[in-house]
Write a protein that binds this ligand. Structure first.
Ligand code: EPZ
Length: 419
């Protein structure tokens, strides 16, 4: 297992390109199961999670070829309808194969994803929606077994806005008989990117990006070509890196218009963020102001930016309060930040952060994807050396973040664990 070693105190200066979105790539790859013919997807990030969804697709008999970040995916022949435990346990988003498989094949057997470090992560809303569309669902031996001769349109109202739940049912509805309405649907940009791809495949979808999505089922969908939208969470992570190091960076291919809540909060801390030509200029301030944050479904402040923002608040000039409303256990990074000298107290899903003058480098351990990013960010600003272990978490969701930070002047390197 690799670890990342950082010598803190370097200002980040220069230009860096934002990669394609992980959370858009995964549902869009799953959508290829709905089509006959060869899909071509560009700007796909080189991530562990993308490689996992590719393994899920290949296991279903789908042909997948990759060349320089572009993927050709041909699901004309789907010879299997099972997403096995050993794949789903490594990436819960494999559940995104469920809706497309039931819609295309009339049946699916997908391992229940189980929980993860940040929470129980149930999929009940995915299953209730498919049942409303006429699927027969059984849970057996740790698997979801779903059958439906042909799904039928239904009106589905989500108790909670669920991103992959919205995506799974939107995909299933494209081939159902009749009209489906998704109420209290997730509005994330990744849902909109997926809807854009489905429409290019021939689907009839209205309202993506709002809480009310209408899908008129069609007989079949054809392959298409698409360029994956940039990753707003990677972009936000890089902005925090500039804010923490009094840096001056320019982000290229930054999805600025998808980042209003994050940009608004970072500007409040004193970080300057302004469009500049084709990119976005980010300049960190000497004094980081304390700002409260509450995570919300889009367009609110994203839960996927909470850990990174907490690293910034650890060095702010005052007291800030961070409330995590989406997941029940997404403060695992707190104890590691405390080991670096951060003054943080948690009460349930609320963290109270008293900014300190400085953080000290330490050996810390990553526990989930965004926690690993948070610890690397803290290491950039800490005095001395920080070693972040278990960075396989990082590699699931960031394309070469350490290399990008190194290109911007960070004193950072990746070493094999145990050296
Ligand atoms: C997606 O996860 C993202 N993953 C997550 O990103 C992100 O944190 C999350 O949305 C929230 O924005 C992908 O898109 C692949 P949810 P998802 O269903 O869809 C509850 C990252 O770091 N819920 O929107 O699994 C659930 O418990 C990852 O990139 C149910 O109760 O999240 C949670 O409290 C982490 N029943 C809330 O809804 C369900 O059937 C939101 O979860 C489904 C969800």
């Amino acid at each position: 297992m690799d670890k990342i070693v950082i010598g803190g105190g370097e200002r980040l200066i220069g230009e860096v390109e934002v990669s394609g979105s992980k959370n858009a790539s995964l549902p869009i790859f799953a959508a290829s199961l709905l089509t006959e013919g060869e899909n071509l997807f560009h700007n796909v990030p080189r991530l562990k999670d993308v490689l996992t969804i590719v393994r899920v697709l290949k296991n279903l008999g789908v042909k997948v070829r990759e060349k320089e970040g572009a993927y050709r995916i041909d699901a004309t022949e789907v010879s299997n309808d099972e997403a096995p435990y050993d794949l789903v346990k490594t990436m819960r988003a494999s559940i995104l194969a469920l809706g497309p498989l039931v819609a295309r094949m009339g049946k699916a057997r997908v391992s229940l994803p189980g929980g993860c470090a940040i929470g129980a992560r149930p999929i009940n809303l995915h299953l209730v929606g498919l049942e409303a569309m006429g699927a027969k669902i059984e849970l057996r031996n740790g698997y979801v077994e779903a059958k439906a001769d042909r799904l039928k349109g239904a009106t589905i109202s989500f108790d909670t806005a669920t991103v992959t739940g919205t995506e799974n049912l939107m995909m299933a509805a494209t081939l159902a008989k009749g009209k489906t309405v998704l109420q209290n649907a997730a509005m994330e940009p990744e849902v909109v990117d997926l809807a854009g791809v489905l429409k290019k495949m021939g689907a009839k979808i209205e309202g993506a990006g709002t809480g009310l999505i209408g899908i008129e089922g069609v007989e079949s969908l054809h392959a298409t070509e698409h360029t994956i939208t940039p990753d707003r969470i990677e972009a936000g992570t890089l902005m925090v890196a500039a804010g923490l190091t009094r840096g001056n960076i320019k982000l290229l291919r930054c999805p600025f218009h998808h980042m209003e809540a994050v940009v608004h909060k970072l500007r409040e801390t004193g970080t300057e963020i302004d469009p500049e030509g084709e990119g976005v200029r980010v300049v960190g301030s000497r004094r980081i102001r304390s700002v409260d944050v509450k995570t919300q479904p889009y367009p609110g402040f994203p839960t996927d930016m909470q850990a990174q923002f907490m690293a910034l608040m650890s060095l702010s000039r005052g007291l800030s309060v961070i409330s995590e409303t989406i997941f029940e256990n997404r403060f695992i990074h707190v104890s590691e930040l405390q080991r670096m000298g951060a003054d943080i107290r948690t009460e349930g899903n609320t963290a109270i952060i008293q900014g300190v003058e400085s953080l000290s480098g330490a050996q810390v351990m990553a526990t989930d994807l965004r926690a690993s990013a948070s610890l690397i960010l803290a290491g950039l600003a800490a005095d001395g050396i920080t070693e972040v272990s278990r960075v396989y978490h990082l590699d699931r969701g960031y394309e070469g973040l350490d290399q990008k930070l190194k290109m911007l002047g960070a004193n950072i390197k990746r070493v094999k664990e145990g050296n």
